[in-house]
Design a protein around this ligand. Structure first.
Ligand code: AMP
Ligand code: MG
Length: 418
């Protein structure tokens, strides 16, 4: 048996960062930028007002107060998007809305609430200024956000909503990113029936293809469902055939020691096989190999193939531990580890066979401290234990277990956003 770390290191040794592609900015959320993005405009392009008010010459407001307003002649009104054709002369003001360009001759803005506008009826030709303003007050300078010619986003940055916004503010619609991996998923088992079909006696629905496809999507990959293969070498080989253009193949089931566990035989014949068992629970049986595939140019490539266990919980947990980091590495990401927190465990967990346990748990914060309780029965066929959990409590392989009240590491599956 090998450790979780050894298994991960081997898998990551076989996957590489993928090539680059051009994508529209809304389609590349979560992808890694593959170019330095510089700006060929100033953002904002012109000096403009941060407030609704009156553009003035600050000198004209000297000595202004509630008791002694400075009266200025109103010569124009400008909305955002327009530019006043007039030049502001001493003794005049231009009514101006947030975002509108500062008129020539003006050097500051007096907010509506600092004028007597509310007391005047209709559109006034004169306005009383009630405060003194210094030059530059409420003026947003051209280029204060992004200066023309500067590098705004560097290669390697992960595109989040704010990066999408920054790209849009430069007028960019397309950007160069590392492409998303396609992960082909094949379920194996004579007992499996696809969803939307009647369920004959003795059969179960194929849930793994769907939980794993959802995980692929969550972590930024593109799932390709290859359907269900029977427990025969021919059927598994035929099923894999449609996935030979993928960046990674995943099968579920058929890797334990049962009579019909044929995935490892296929792997041994089709490609190179690497290891079988990992010191972890759930998810001990695991197969890894390289399958001969095709690249887009028709050349021969080796595609990493991970044979995950069939049990629904085991397949999801092994995905989190081994497939997720592989996807992230292919996408050019640097941080491959799931966040963990320290929590007080509220019940004991016994470790009987020297494997690292990943127990499904609910983690809650109370008085600044995380607490973890198990979701109930921990059988690797009980998929609702994953659905109830937001984290996996880790019991080290070299410890006999944990006692109630011990501090444990919990790998967080989700952070509550609601
Ligand atoms: P195996 O690893 O093939 O021995 O499967 C272990 C257990 O997981 C068996 O009870 C299978 O019926 C179940 N199982 C295997 N594949 C799936 C699947 N795609 N969806 C739901 N359960 C599965
Ligand atoms: Mg099976």
């Amino acid at each position: 048996m090998i450790s979780v770390e050894q298994a991960l290191e081997k898998i990551l040794g076989y996957v590489d960062i993928l090539n680059e592609e051009e994508r529209s900015i809304l389609d590349c959320l979560g992808q890694v930028l593959a170019e330095d993005v510089s700006s060929n405009i100033d953002v904002p392009p012109l000096d403009n007002t941060a407030m609704d008010g009156y553009a003035v010459l600050s000198r004209d407001t000297h000595g202004a107060s509630q008791q002694s307003p400075r009266l200025l002649r109103v010569i124009d009104t400008v909305a955002a998007g327009s530019i006043s054709r007039l030049k502001l002369e001493p003794g005049t003001a231009i009514r101006i809305m947030t975002g509108a360009a500062i008129p020539k001759g003006a050097d500051s803005v007096v907010r509506f609430e600092d004028t007597d506008e509310a007391q005047r009826k209709g559109s006034a030709t004169e306005i009383g200024i009630l405060v003194e303003v210094e030059p530059g007050r409420d003026v947003r300078r051209a280029g204060e956000d992004i200066a023309k010619g500067s590098v705004v986003l560097s290669r390697g940055v992960i595109i989040r909503p704010s990066e999408v916004g920054v790209l849009a503010s430069l007028g960019r619609s397309i950007v160069r990113v590392i492409r998303r991996p396609t992960i082909a998923i094949l379920a194996t088992g004579d007992e499996l029936v696809d969803i939307n079909q009647p369920l004959p006696a003795g059969k179960i629905y194929n849930s793994n293809s769907y939980s794993l496809a959802a995980l692929v999507r969550r972590y930024g990959g593109i799932p390709k469902l290859l359907g269900i293969a029977l427990d025969s070498e021919d059927s598994v080989v035929a099923g894999l055939r449609h996935g030979l253009d993928a960046d990674m193949l995943i099968t579920t089931g058929g890797v334990s020691a049962g009579d019909y566990d044929v995935v490892k035989d296929v792997l041994a014949k089709q490609g190179e096989i690497d290891f079988w068992t990992v010191r972890m629970k759930p998810g001990k049986p695991l197969a890894f190999g390289m399958i001969r595939g095709r690249d887009p140019a028709g050349g021969v490539t080796n595609i990493p193939h991970l044979g995950l266990p069939g049990n629904p919980v085991s397949s999801m947990v092994t995905f989190e531990l081994f497939v997720r980091p592989a996807i992230l590495k292919m996408m050019g990401k640097k941080n491959l580890t799931k966040p963990t927190v320290e929590a007080v465990i509220e019940e004991p967990i016994v470790n009987t066979d020297g494997r690292r346990i990943f127990a499904r748990a609910v983690v809650e914060k109370r008085n600044g401290q995380y607490f973890a309780r198990l979701t109930g029965p921990q059988g690797s066929g009980i998929l609702t234990s994953m659905s109830l959990a937001n984290g996996l409590v880790i019991v080290p392989e070299d410890e006999p277990g944990v006692k109630k009240g011990d501090v444990v590491q919990v790998m967080m599956l989700d952070w509550n956003e609601e």
